[in-house]
Ligand binder design. Sequence first.
Ligand code: GSH
Length: 200
Amino acid sequence: MYRVYGMASSGNCYKVYLTLTQLGHAFEWVETNIMKGTTRTPEFLAMNPNGKVPTLEIEPGKFLPESNAILYYLAEGTPLLPADRFQRAQAMQWLFYEQYSHEPYVAVARFIIHFLGNPPERKADLEMRLKRGYQALDVMEQHLSSKEFFVADRYTIADIALYAYTHVAETGGFDLRDYPRVKNWLARVQAQPGYVAMGR
Ligand SMILES: N[C@@H](CCC(=O)N[C@@H](CS)C(=O)NCC(=O)O)C(=O)O
């Protein structure tokens, strides 16, 4: 059985939780609170030297960190990952986009507000994250002007990766009023079979 080291309120961890649930896998969830230093213990660093959740234990002693790598691994051979070569590459395109152009801004703005309590010394940092986060949301809004989903005209791991932090963007100080297509897409994701909400 898969074991996930994750924190329920983390979007990166939620991606894995949602994917495992929608694929119908049994799994064990080991709640790992990053605010208590749990990811920096020698035991945890032996599983993931980068000291971050989520980390998937595929079988005893076989570990896979990085949320989007985990999604890719789990989705292989399922409808969540297209078989077509170009569409697979497009799925990767959005997974990399999420990690480089979206998560560092949309997720970290939420971290500053929701987890750190919006401390004044992070004000300039937060403003930068909001500006870049809106740029990321603009790209999504534009893509969704002609598409229902991000790749292959159906729900895939590209949607799961992007959904995780976009659907809680408002808790990071983003206003989604000017993003109607993003909001409609969020509703489409929530309507997928086996959808489960994120822990807070
Ligand atoms: N690129 C990684 C990012 C993972 C990440 O940043 N995890 C955070 C929680 S959302 C964490 O474990 N932070 C603990 C730390 O850095 O000590 C992924 O997508 O899995």
